[in-house]
Design a protein around this ligand. Structure first.
Ligand code: ADP
Ligand code: GN1
Ligand code: MG
Length: 372
C-alpha cells in the first residue's frame, strides 16, 4: 500500500547510511509483529529499494541478541548458498550496518533495522496452486538442511519457550484467571475446547526427553508469507522473518507451515464452514519438505509430522485466545474481535485435522518411503 513519504522514516534511513532522495514509500501489512516499510531512493539516477522495519520490542526484548542471531545466520547462509551455486543477494537477507556500528538503531524508544528489498518477488497469504505449497515445503526443508551444522549453542533464545505448548497452556490459564479484558465469560466454549486437549501438549517434549527427536536449528515461524516467491517461476527463493531462529524441533516448522498454508481458507476467516485441512495441500507440502530433508529425520520425527500440524494449530489458537483475554497486547489486530476470530478458526482446523489424522499419517509414510 503506497503512503506519503514520512520524513521520520527517511531520517531513520540516514542512520543506516542510505543516501539519495526518497521517491516512494509503502507499507507491508502481512505480518502480525513488526512494522515493515518499503522505501525507494533515487541515488544519482539509480533506483534503490530498502526494507525498513520497526522491531517490536514488546515481543523481542533484546534487539542486540536478536540481531546477533540473524546476522550470524544470514552470514552463514550466504556462504552455503554461494557454495551451492545460488545467488546470496536474492536468496537470503542482507542487513545494513547503522552509524553506531550495530545492525539496529534506536530513534527515541523505537528500534529500527534496515535490509535489502528482494525485488521481483511476492508473498502469498493463501495457496493459489498446490505447486506453490510444494515449493514452500522445499524452501523450508532446504533452510533446515543448510543449517544442519550451524553451531546451535551460539544462538540466543529470542522468545523464551516460544513453542513450549504446555507453557502456552499455563499462560492461557493465567489469562483466564486475570481476565484483564473482562472477556473470559464470553469464551467458555473455546476455553473448554482447548483445555480438553491439554494432555497432548507435552508429547514432543517427551519424545525429546526420551532421545527420539533432536534439537535442531529451526525457523519457528514457517507461515507461508515468510517465504518470498520468484515472480517468474513461483519458486520459493528466500526465507524471511528470521527473528525466531532458535534451537527447536523440526516438527515445529513442519506443523506451523501446515497450520497456515494447509488451511482451505485464511487464518482469520470468520466463516468456520470455510475452514478445513486440505489433504491435497498437506501432501504437496510433505512432498516438498521430505524431498529436501527426509534422510536427516529420525523415525519419531516422521511419525509425528501429521500430529505436529494439529499441535502447532492448537498452540497458535491458544495464543490468539490468550491475547484476546489479555486485551490484544501481542498480535496486531484490525478490529476488536480479530484475535477471537483467529482462535476460533484455528480450533476448527484442529478439529478437522484430528478427523483426518490417519489419512495424513498414511500420506507422510507414502512420501517418506520415496526419499529414503
Ligand atoms: P513480521 O514479523 O511482522 O511478520 P516480516 O519480516 O515477515 O515481519 O515482514 C512482513 C512482510 O514484509 C512479509 O510478509 C513480506 O510480505 C514483506 N517483506 C519482508 N522482507 C522482505 C524483503 N526482504 N523483500 C521483499 N518483501 C519483504
Ligand atoms: C506471528 O510475525 P508473523 O506474522 O510472521 C507470530 C507467529 C504466529 C503467527 C500467526 C514472533 O507471525 O508465532 O504463528 O503470527 N510471530 C511471533 O499468524 O510471535
Ligand atoms: Mg512475517
Amino acid at each position: 500500500m503506497a503512503v506519503d513519504i514520512d520524513n521520520e522514516i527517511v531520517k531513520v534511513c540516514r542512520h543506516f547510511n542510505i543516501k539519495g532522495e526518497a521517491v516512494s514509500q509503502s507499507v507491508f501489512t502481512d505480518g502480525h509483529i513488526n512494522t515493515t516499510l518499503l522505501i525507494t531512493f533515487d541515488e544519482d539516477g539509480e533506483i534503490k529499494k530498502y526494507l525498513v522495519q520497526g522491531i517490536n520490542t514488546h515481543v523481542f526484548k533484546n534487539p542486540e541478541e536478536l540481531m546477533e542471531n540473524i546476522v550470524n545466520v544470514t552470514t552463514y547462509l550466504r556462504k552455503k548458498i554461494a557454495e551451492n551455486g545460488g545467488n546470496p543477494e536474492r536468496e537470503t537477507l542482507t542487513f545494513l550496518k547503522a552509524e553506531n556500528g550495530k545492525y539496529y538503531f534506536y530513534v527515541g524508544d523505537k528500534c529500527w533495522r534496515a535490509y535489502n528489498f528482494i525485488d521481483n518477488s511476492h508473498t502469498c497469504n493463501k495457496i493459489e496452486t498446490k505447486e506453490y505449497f510444494e515449493n514452500a515445503g522445499r524452501s523450508f526443508g532446504n533452510f533446515q538442511k543448510h543449517l544442519t551444522d550451524y553451531p546451535m549453542h551460539t544462538l540466543h533464545e529470542t522468545i523464551k519457550d516460544f513453542h513450549h505448548t504446555p507453557k502456552r497452556f499455563d499462560n492461557l490459564e493465567q489469562a483466564i484467571k486475570t481476565n484483564a479484558a473482562g472477556r473470559a465469560d464470553s469464551v467458555k466454549a473455546e476455553i473448554e475446547f482447548a483445555m480438553a486437549r491439554r494432555p497432548q501438549a507435552g508429547r514432543l517434549l517427551k519424545l525429546y526427553k526420551d532421545g527420539l527427536i533432536p534439537l535442531r536449528v529451526t525457523h519457528n515461524d514457517t507461515k507461508l508469507n515468510n517465504i518470498l516467491f520468484d515472480d517468474e517461476t513461483n519458486e520459493g527463493i528466500c526465507v524471511i522473518d528470521l527473528d525466531t531462529i532458535m534451537p527447536g524441533f523440526s516438527l515445529y516448522d513442519f506443523g506451523d507451515a501446515i497450520r497456515f498454508g494447509g488451511n482451505t481458507t485464511r487464518e482469520d476467516d470468520d466463516n468456520l464452514d470455510n475452514v478445513d485441512i486440505s489433504l491435497e495441500l498437506f501432501e504437496s507440502y510433505a512432498e516438498g519438505f521430505l524431498s529436501a530433508c527426509a534422510k536427516a529425520l529420525t523415525m519419531a520425527e516422521v511419525e509425528n509430522l501429521a500430529f505436529s500440524a494439529m499441535l502447532m494449530t492448537l498452540e497458535c489458537g491458544i495464543r490468539f485466545l490468550t491475547d484476546y483475554l489479555d486485551g490484544d497486547v501481542y498480535f496486531k489486530i484490525k478490529y476488536s474481535e480479530h484475535n477471537l476470530v483467529r482462535a476460533r478458526n484455528q480450533f476448527k482446523l484442529v478439529y478437522e485435522i484430528e478427523k483426518h489424522m490417519d489419512e495424513m499419517n498414511d500420506i507422510v509414510m507414502r512420501i517418506y518411503k520415496k526419499y529414503i
